[in-house]
Design a protein around this ligand. Sequence first.
Ligand code: SF4
Ligand code: SF3
Length: 436
Amino acid sequence: MAEQSFKMFCYQCSQTAKGTGCTIRGVCGKEPIIARLQDNLLYAIKGICAYLYHAREFGVHDSEVDAFLESGFFATLTNVNFDPNRFLEFGLKAGAMNIKTMMMLKQAHIKAFGEPVPTKVQSGTVKGKGIIVTGHSLKALEELLKQSEESGINIYTHSEMLPAHGYPGLKKYKHLVGNLGKAWYDQKQLFAKFPGAILGTSNCVLLPTSDYQDRMFTMGVTGIPGVKHINEFDFKPLIDKAKLLPGLEDKPGDVVLTTGFSKSVVLSLADKIKNLVVSGKIKHFFVVGGCDTPGPKGNYYRRFVELLPKDTIVITLACGKYRINDLDLAEIDGIPRLIDVGQCNDTIVAIEIAQALSQVFNKPINDLPITLVLTWMEQKAVAILWSLLSLELKGMYVGPILPGWVNEDILKILIDKFDLHLISEPEQDIKQILKQ
Ligand code: SF4
Ligand code: SF3
């Protein structure tokens, strides 16, 4: 990447004396691009660490990833690296290491629970006492399911826990009864109404209201002031609390969600998909999902999917899926038009499906009729974006807002090098992608 592609940028001055990185951010009049690229790397590293943490819960880790984390963190020290191009290289390396990490976590999930199978998930409540589990830790959910099996308490998932229902080793528990609510940010309203106990296993937890603070528990690195903490996967305090709380009513939900599409399930359909593409019945594949951002700007993703022609397939993942997973998109000759492959870390499944389609059609991924339309919000999404860029995927659409570390210069590079697009209006973007 040519150095001159950056405009005048600041050299992290040693006079700031404010610790790691510039905390002044351009007050000196210079564009703090090094500080912004440091932020990007730190966010990507935080995202990788979140997935690594969950992998380690299953006893797996990787020395190459660990070594990268050391060098990546080191590179963000004051006065150690002034070269913006080096930071872009670090971003791409972070992406590659995140792919390795997501793969490691996926393999750990499959080893522990089997490969997911398409599964219908109820969105209502069942009569009886209940515990709702949010976050990403499938290990925590499994331990809770084991420890509560004879308790008569029903277990519900929330947000990024929904894909748990697709794993044979988790869906076998009869008291895993459904999923309540949508993406992470509905938890204050949802948990206030949920009469049972609540477990937060990872990000994204919010500070609880007084309505439910005394019914909430955290575990692992998750912690909230005034909320009880579970140690060493010992869920007895949580189960005991749920036993004392009022039960839920029998109240079926309005929609039944489907999750659990694995690489194997999709690849078992590869010949059929190929024939449908060749015969023109499937024109385009979209990956629509990511870390959802609260607010009306995220309505873009629902509108986008609603407007797609019926000869398109949508693969979805992460909590951004809740913008669209209640839509009935029907099927194309038996192939569902909406395919939920799982959590944000299951981006690796979408990547593997794209790589498999690349082999089936004997074309590079960038030449396939596949477009990624992603929503991003926080650190894991940054790690995933760099993962996709490290694969040299071109033409992705991202939104609904730009992360704080992106400035005009950095955006220009992402656009020039990776043909990255910011979302505009759904109609316009669909027209541009499908060249209608
Ligand atoms: Fe120094 Fe910060 Fe100004 Fe860069 S933006 S020159 S680090 S004060
Ligand atoms: Fe992201 Fe919280 Fe939803 Fe895992 S991590 S997806 S926002």
